[in-house]
Design a protein around this ligand. Structure first.
Ligand SMILES: Cc1cc2nc3c(=O)[nH]c(=O)nc-3n(C[C@H](O)[C@H](O)[C@H](O)COP(=O)(O)OP(=O)(O)OC[C@H]3O[C@@H](n4cnc5c(N)ncnc54)[C@H](O)[C@@H]3O)c2cc1C
Length: 381
């Protein structure tokens, strides 16, 4: 049986592992952090985890080919999330109405118009400026238009547990361990040590080291968690999102990212911050938290009911971006290593599609090895 070592146990590592297990491979997973909240949060658990069509509010692509691949991965993931939500219990996936607010009429912005048209076949699609009043959004904030569709929103704590258990139940073996240095430099040792045929690199930000890729960098994000039980404002069952007002990392960002988390919580965000890698000791009085909350309250005045004492948690994480876009490919110098990292602010949205590509890459490699050995045999006859 072909066996695979997956490095990393975030959403990218565990979805890759599960797809491989389902395709009949033997899988071992190693990571220096497994899902150990509340002690340490890994990025995958920090995420708001709203499924978003590329380019997402916190997504960036430097070329058309990256955007095209991301759209393919995103669509595969959409239907996988919807299927899991309807067929499995305890996944933490909530298909919800997600409303995307716009600062101008959608038709007046060619990119946004194209993006909306690509989404128009999704369940629950609706383009209507009445969505502004339906949710009592402040028109004076500068909102002019909106569209909505059903989007998977993931309770990350629950789904990380579910993914881990699925991998375990399907026979994966786990080892807590840090890989020091690049995988390429130690590929032969690791293949022998874990008795595997391939290594899949899903180390997120750690790929800076495991792939020796200096183009991997963090963009910090923060979210406030409050109760969404109807005690402060009517319970919100939909995600309300408004993209950046200016360029990707403008100083005065006005991203609105308000989304229900699980049954009874609400996340308020967002922020895309370069050059900051501190995730500990961020308090309510941190200027970015204050600015973020005020921005969301200006947009959605019902949030003014929440005070400092209502904040259950301040969640901070580092999105694993890559200068040359997301990397899902066979390592050019060694056909035993497959990379799957650099998902930035879209790891959940793209996870299942990328995992399917990883499985296909390995399947092709196994098949082509098999055929070339058969051809050799035939040629000798
Ligand atoms: C505030 C915030 C909001 C977000 N919102 C969304 C959203 O709404 N929708 C969405 O799709 N995405 C969102 N994201 C992005 C998403 O969280 C990430 O893209 C995704 O979690 C990346 O997953 P990963 O598995 O690659 O990385 P991680 O979750 O960081 O996992 C990496 C794994 O690799 C292991 N590892 C790293 N280095 C090594 C090493 N040297 N040796 C051994 N193991 C190693 C780690 O221990 C860990 O297990 C958000 C992120 C943030 C921070």
């Amino acid at each position: 049986m072909t066996s695979v070592l997956v490095v990393g146990a975030g959403v990218i590592g565990l979805t890759s592992a599960l797809e491989l297990l389902n395709a009949g491979y033997k899988v071992t997973i190693i990571a220096d952090h497994f899902n150990e909240a509340p002690k340490t949060y890994m990025t995958s658990e920090v995420a708001g985890a709203l499924w978003e069509w590329p380019p997402a509010v916190c997504g960036r692509h430097t070329n058309e080919s990256s955007l095209k691949s991301s759209k393919r991965w995103c669509m595969v993931s959409y239907w996988k999330f919807i299927q899991l939500a309807s067929e499995e219990r305890g996944t933490g996936i909530y298909p919800r109405k997600a409303v995307f607010y716009q600062r101008q009429k959608v038709e007046e912005n060619a990119d946004e118009h194209c993006k909306m048209q690509e989404l128009s076949f999704l369940p629950g699609f609706c383009h209507d400026s009445q969505l502004i009043d339906e949710f009592n959004v402040n028109r004076n904030y500068g909102v002019k238009d909106a569209y909505s569709h059903i989007s998977p929103v993931v309770d990350t704590t629950q789904m990380m547990k579910w993914l881990y258990k699925q991998c375990k139940d399907h026979g994966a073996t786990f080892f807590k361990r840090r890989v020091n240095g690049s995988l390429l430099d130690q590929v032969d040792t690791l293949l022998v040590e874990y008795d595997v045929d391939f290594i899949v690199n899903c180390a997120g930000l750690g790929a800076r080291e495991t792939a020796d890729d200096k183009g991997v960098y963090p963009l910090r994000g923060m979210l406030l968690k409050v109760a969404n039980d109807g005690s402060k404002m009517p319970k919100l069952n939909s995600a309300l999102v408004m993209p950046l007002n200016e360029e990707f990392m403008a100083k005065d960002q006005r991203i609105v990212f308000i989304l229900p988390r699980g049954e009874n919580d609400l996340l308020i965000g967002g922020l895309v911050e370069a050059g900051q890698s501190e995730t500990e000791g961020i308090t309510f009085n941190h200027p970015q938290i204050q600015r973020m909350l005020k921005n969301c309250q200006d947009f959605f005045p019902a949030l003014k009911a929440y005070q400092e004492s209502d904040v259950k948690e301040i969640i901070v994480g580092l999105r694993p971006f890559r200068e040359n876009n997301i990397r899902v490919e066979m390592e050019p110098k060694c056909r035993k290593i497959i990379h799957n990292y650099g998902h930035g602010g879209s790891g959940w949205s793209l996870s299942w599609g990328c995992a399917a590509d990883v499985t296909n890459l390995i399947q092709h490699e196994v098949q082509s090895k098999l055929w070339s050995s058969r051809m050799m045999l035939f040629s000798k006859l």
